[in-house]
Design a protein around this ligand. Structure first.
Ligand code: ATP
Ligand code: MG
Length: 360
């Protein structure tokens, strides 16, 4: 029956009053009681960021290349959302669209229910510039090498006058330096005098000083030495817990996001292909691309690792037809997979079977 079929878009869209007309259409597939459950449990007005049907593309001359398509996502307050996918899949583009660095072609992005895609008033602009911060992959490229650390870390609070006087500013900056594991005397130094890990700490200090509500951490540990990755990861997690921030943690590798994320979204070719709670994604990966990502994680036992078969994903194996367009469907509670109706039935049967098997 149709009420069995819930798409992620239904969930993200239903609550919005201004979408009443569309909701009616979307909602007509669902039973009345589902509306309530869906409203409360998943896409709900308390979500910090919602992206609905977002397309993002780049123009070169008269050509337009759409690199992120029909992307919908509701970020819950205080969650760490891992966004994983291969190089070029659109992770940074999604992050930059939330930051409003790049415009979107279609759809909408909301922050605390307010529309932020497109033009916003100057007061909202100011709020967004403080409340949504980004931590970048390459700490060397993201810090101005001609400015000292004091200047770099204070840039945001200076621009938005987030301190009372010079003494107060210095106190805030010094406290933050200590919090991220750097020393106050480091403030006089320049980025090139630091190691990669220390530079990333500077980037974190700069972002955290703004007391953001949302952090887009774009592969913040990929460029770092393996030995210091865990320290930087822990630092981000500490700040997140302390102020109940929402973090979008972007990575190539599922093993990195497993440790830190509450939910994980897998992106392939600009589409979200699977979305689930972190432990469930590892326990019950359904989309073949997610499975291939999982086989790419190195195993600690060299013997098993040697005999391991890495699965490569073939996007043409689905044989989608024009009248059989895949979308993000809910296969089990809070677990969405991009598939067509035939695949949906198979995934549902697979999940049901494994549950039966597991309870024996
Ligand atoms: N400013 C731009 N102009 C034109 N094309 C762009 C631009 N930025 C990104 N792209 C294209 O958009 C696609 C997605 O890029 P994006 O940087 O979002 O990928 P990614 O998943 O972050 O990859 P990586 O893991 O390598 O960082 C790529 O094909 C890229 O070439
Ligand atoms: Mg990127």
């Amino acid at each position: 029956m149709s009420d069995e079929i819930k798409t992620y878009l239904d969930v993200a869209e239903i609550y919005r009053p201004e979408n009443a007309k569309r909701n009616k259409k979307v909602g007509s597939k669902l039973k009345e009681e589902d509306h309530e459950t869906l409203d409360v449990v998943r896409g709900n007005p308390d979500d910090v960021i919602t992206m609905s049907h977002v397309d993002i593309g780049f123009k070169r001359g008269t050509d337009l290349r759409v690199v992120v398509q029909d992307f919908s996502l509701a970020l819950k307050r205080g969650e760490v959302f891992g966004l994983v996918g291969e190089s070029g899949s659109g992770k940074t583009t999604v992050g930059r669209s939330i930051m409003r660095i790049i415009p979107i072609l279609n759809g909408e992005i909301r922050y605390n229910g307010h529309l932020i895609s497109g033009n916003v008033g100057s007061a909202r602009e100011r709020e967004l510039k403080t409340k949504i911060q980004m931590i970048f992959q390459d700490p060397s490229a993201s810090l101005n090498d001609r400015a000292n650390i004091d200047y770099i870390v204070s840039e945001g609070i200076r621009a938005f006058h987030m301190y009372e006087n010079e003494e107060d500013r210095l106190e805030k900056v010094t406290d933050m330096m200590k919090r991220v594991g750097l020393r106050p005397e480091h403030l006089k130094r320049y980025p090139h005098e630091f190691s990669g890990g220390q530079r990333q700490r500077v980037g974190i200090a700069r972002a955290m000083l703004m007391h953001p509500e949302v952090i887009i951490a774009d592969e913040p540990i990929s460029a770092l030495d393996v030995s210091i990755r865990a320290q930087v990861l822990n630092l981000i997690k500490e700040f997140q817990k302390e102020s109940n921030m929402t973090v979008v943690f972007i990575a190539h590798d599922l093993s990195v996001v497993k440790y830190i994320s509450d939910r994980i979204g897998v992106i392939y070719g600009g589409h979200l292909v699977e979305l689930a709670k972190a432990n469930r994604l590892f326990e019950m990966p359904l989309h073949p691309y997610t499975k291939s990502l999982l086989t790419a994680i190195p195993l600690p036992d060299p013997k098993i690792e040697k005999g391991k078969k890495i699965v490569t994903y073939d996007p043409f194996a689905h044989h989608y037809r024009y009248d059989d367009v895949p979308q993000l469907y809910e296969v089990e509670k809070d677990h969405y997979v991009r598939c067509n109706l035939k695949e949906l039935a198979e995934y549902k049967a697979f999940v049901a079977n494994s549950k039966k098997g597991g309870s024996k």
